[in-house]
Every structure is written in C-alpha cells, then in structure tokens.
Design a protein around this ligand. Structure first.
Ligand code: HEC
Length: 463
C-alpha cells in the first residue's frame, strides 16, 4: 500500500467518525418501495466490496453493516456511478478478465437509487447472511505461511534501496502453489514485494550443444534495444565492484543466484490465485527470497512481511511460470506529457499466456498490448487507459491466450512527466529506468505455460 492510500485511509476514518452520528439519526426513514440496504444493497456489497471493505483490510472503511455503510452513501454513489469503485482500469473493449471487478449496470443502478433515496435500511430480516472470512488471509486458511525473520527497521525519511530477505521453506517435497498472498508488516511503507524461490541446488548451466549443432532458441527473444536493464538495477547484471555502493549495517543485499520469481505484490495486488488445474512449482528445499521495496513516509517503523501459500493437492495438469517483458532503456524528457515507450518480444515456442501485469511508477498513465500472430493477424489483447500506480493489477485472461511460436508481443506504455500529473514528484527531471518511485520502469509480468511437452527420449536413444 502506498503513502497516498495510507493517508487517504487516515483521512477517511476521521471523516467517517464525524458522519456516523448523522447517519445513525437518519437511519430507516426512507420509503419502503425503493431498494433497501438489507434486501438489495448488502448482497452486492458482500459480493463485490467487503473483501476489501471490512475491518483490518486495505480499504478505509467497512461496508459490512448498515451502520458501517450508511454514512458513506453519498461517496459510494459517486464512486460507483463513476466506475472508480470497485477499482478496475482496463478497457472492456479489449479482452475479458477473470478478475474483472466491475459491477453490472443493474447493481450500479440499485446502489445509486438506494443512496439517492436517503439510504434506507429496510427490514433487518431481509438481510442475507454476512460473509464469514475464515482467517486474516483473503485466500482463506493457507497451507503455509512464510515470514521474514527479522523486524526490519525503516527510517522516517530518505531512500531505502531494495532489501533482500532469505526465508527458508524447509519443504521436504515439491509443492505446487495454487494461491499466494502477501501481508505487509507495515502496509504504509511497503511499495512492493517480489518473491523469488531459489532451489537447493543452483540451476545447472544450459548444456553446450555438440559442435555443429544449433543452439536451442530461447523461449522469449526480445526486440533490439528493449531488454537490457542498466547494470545494477532490478534484473540487470551486477555493477563492477568499484562502482558498487558500500553496504550499510542495515543493508540486506541481493543474494546470487536468486532463482525464478514466484510472485509479485504491489499496491492493489496482494493475492494471486491460479486457476484450477494450473499451479506454480516450488521445489523441495527452496529458499524464498523477498525483494522488498520500502518507501519511508515520515515515521520510523519496522516491517516483518509474511506470505501465505495454498498448495494444489497434486501435480497440476499445467505448470505456470513467470517471465517479464521490459524496456530498460527508457528515457522520459522533462515536462513530456505523453511520452511513449515500447517493448517487444518474439516467442520461441508455443505457449499459453494466462495473465499480464503492467507496471510503471507514478508517471505511467496508459498501457496497451498488441500481439502479431505468425499468420500476420494482429490483436489488442489488453488496454489499460487509466493506469493507476496505486492499483497494480495482474489481468487474468478469461480465455487464456494461445501464442504459437513466432508470435510477437508488443507492449506500449505512455508516461506523463508534466505538471498536469498530480503524482509527479518532479516534472523538471529527466527520468530513466530505476528502482525508486521517482525513477521509472517499463515492466510487464507475464504468467505463461509451455504448450508442447518435450518428447521423452525412447530407450534406444539413451546411452
Ligand atoms: C480491491 C479492494 C476494494 C474493493 C473490491 C472495493 N474497494 Fe472501495 N476502496 C478501496 C480502497 C483501498 C479505498 C481507498 C483508496 C481510494 O479511495 O481509492 C477505497 C475507497 C472507497 C470509497 C471512498 C471513500 C471516501 O474516501 O469517500 C468508496 C465510497 C468505496 N471505496 C466504495 C466501494 C464500494 C461500494 C465497493 C463495492 C461495490 C468497493 N468500494 C470495492 C478498496 C476496495
């Protein structure tokens, strides 16, 4: 969660207290004919709002009961009719998504009509059973929880470089991750977490092809000039020793090797559930590496973040993996209001694409993804016209996309480095790729699976 949401949360709570008294007085006064909370509105809130709007959750106020919701009726009507709540930023014209949070027109109309009629309670006997949340985790009861092993101190001010925490899993057998969730120790200062899993044995180097044999083509081949992340930055090669910053006593530097990423969490995206029949492999004996990005917010604090996992009961039909598409060479000039950055890759094997997670920092305003299939057809598979840094969404395709070998995936992001962008920390700056929020990224997390299972060698070929 970011500073903006945290600050909004504090403000809303205060406003909420003030309104509650007014709300309590006017409760239950409206005509019985229109929609009431108990009969019409509560079922919608329970389905679409209370996973976030309940005590202890990410949203600033609870919407579980009439008493909770009544003071917010006006704001609810505004947000719901504008479509800014529930939060969703993709253009419905392109693609359908499993995790689409949007309300139907009927539900919107019901909520707005209720709010406009002085938000009546109706008869409490109409109230459907309140949803029960089985534990503190949104996913329900997890199979395993892994925690950072220290309360890491965050200063009140300044910049904190990415920090890395090793968390042994002590798993004695391979597991298949069906769902993952992160719970920040202190949500106010946590910008993002990426979790990597390093197996007990570092991955062996790829086999050297026999003389005269072609090298196997990589799964993803990036377009010229779009992949290289500058040395020392996320995912980039290490800096030469003489350029490395000396480590402070509280620095937890990146271990090498890291192992593949198994999940990423940023504001708005704290849970990831993989569809039935698909899961992500976690090898026995893995050590999780939490890459933590902290943003000090004026108050010294500590953080001990945890992740929860739910495992698939057995090896899934399909193993999903995570990869990325980036353009590390971005440069946004000062004041540019609509600066475009592209990244492209060609896929070297038949794959199924399950989801895409666009990520920029606060200057990012819009994203678009176009694919060109080997037969020349092009298609916009995802468009995010209202990209919002506070809501990072992994867009999960309702119908996973089939990308035959040779498919080109082209990502475009637009940035607003002008004064018109209220979140812009400094419109006078040249902006380059960098870890920190005032720097930028052009990063897409991709969840995919490989379609063709490699042929098993026959006995005759074994030596
Ligand atoms: C994925 C989590 C999530 C869901 C689902 C969600 N909200 Fe929110 N909501 C938030 C967060 C976080 C905030 C505070 C940040 C902001 O305003 O964007 C918020 C803010 C609001 C506000 C503004 C409060 C104010 O300050 O006036 C309203 C109103 C609201 N939500 C209503 C709803 C309603 C109604 C639904 C369901 C139809 C809903 N939300 C679904 C997370 C959520």
């Amino acid at each position: 969660m970011t500073r903006k949401i945290a600050a909004a949360a504090v403000l809303c709570l205060m406003v909420g207290v003030a309104f509650t008294r007014v709300g309590a007085q006017s409760a239950g006064r409206a005509p019985a004919s229109g929609p009431t909370f108990s009969k019409d509105v509560a079922p919608i809130f329970y389905r679409h709002c209370t996973n976030c709007h309940r005590p202890g959750e990410v949203a600033p106020m609870s919407l579980l009961t009439f008493q909770d919701a009544r003071p917010w009726a006006k704001s609810i009507a505004t947000r719901v009719s504008k479509g800014t709540m529930p939060p969703w930023h993709a253009d419905p014209a392109h693609g359908e998504f499993l995790n689409d949070r949007r309300l139907s027109e009927t539900d919107k109309n019901t909520i707005v009509a209720w709010a406009n009629a002085d938000a009546p309670e109706g008869s409490p006997t109409d109230l459907p059973p309140m949803p029960t949340y089985s534990s503190e985790w949104l996913m329900g009861q997890p199979d395993a929880v892994f925690s950072m092993q220290e309360d890491y101190p965050i200063p009140a001010a300044g910049t904190v470089a990415y920090q890395y925490f090793l968390v042994p899993t002590n798993l004695t057998e391979d597991k298949w991750i069906q769902a993952m969730e992160v719970r920040a120790g202190d949500p106010a200062i946590l910008h993002h977490v990426i979790v990597y899993a390093r197996g007990p044995q570092p991955a062996p180097p790829p086999p050297t092809p026999a003389p005269g044999q072609p090298r196997p083509a990589p799964l993803f081949q990036f377009a010229e000039g779009t992949t290289s992340i500058p040395a020392g930055q996320t995912g980039g090669p290490p800096l030469p020793p003489e350029q490395r910053k000396p480590l402070g006593p509280n620095d937890r530097p990146a271990p090498r090797p890291m192992g593949p990423p198994v999940g990423g969490f940023a504001p708005g995206q704290f849970t990831r559930v993989y569809q039935e029949g698909t899961a992500l492999k976690l090898v026995a004996g893995s050590t999780l590496i939490f890459q933590m990005h902290y943003t000090p917010n004026g108050k010294a604090t500590t953080d001990r973040t945890r992740i929860a996992l739910r495992f698939a009961p057995r090896k899934p039909q399909t193993e999903v993996r995570i990869a990325s598409l980036v353009n590390g060479g971005l440069h946004i000039p000062p004041g540019a209001a609509d600066h475009r950055v592209d990244a492209e890759m060609t896929i070297g094997q038949d794959v199924t694409m399950w989801s895409m997670l666009p990520h920029t920092h606060v200057r990012g305003k819009r994203w678009e993804y176009q694919v060109t299939y080997p037969d020349g057809r092009t298609e916009t598979v995802l468009s995010v016209p209202n990209y919002d840094f506070n809501w990072q969404t992994d867009y999960v395709f309702k119908q996973p996309l089939k990308f035959p070998k040779g498919t080109k995936v082209h990502a475009t992001a637009w940035y607003d480095n002008s004064t018109a962008n209220k979140a812009n920390p400094d419109p006078a700056q040249d902006v380059w790729w960098g870890d920190q929020t005032w720097e930028e990224m052009m990063y897409t997390g991709l969840t995919f699976s490989i379609d063709a299972t490699p042929a098993t060698p026959t006995a005759g070929q074994e030596k």
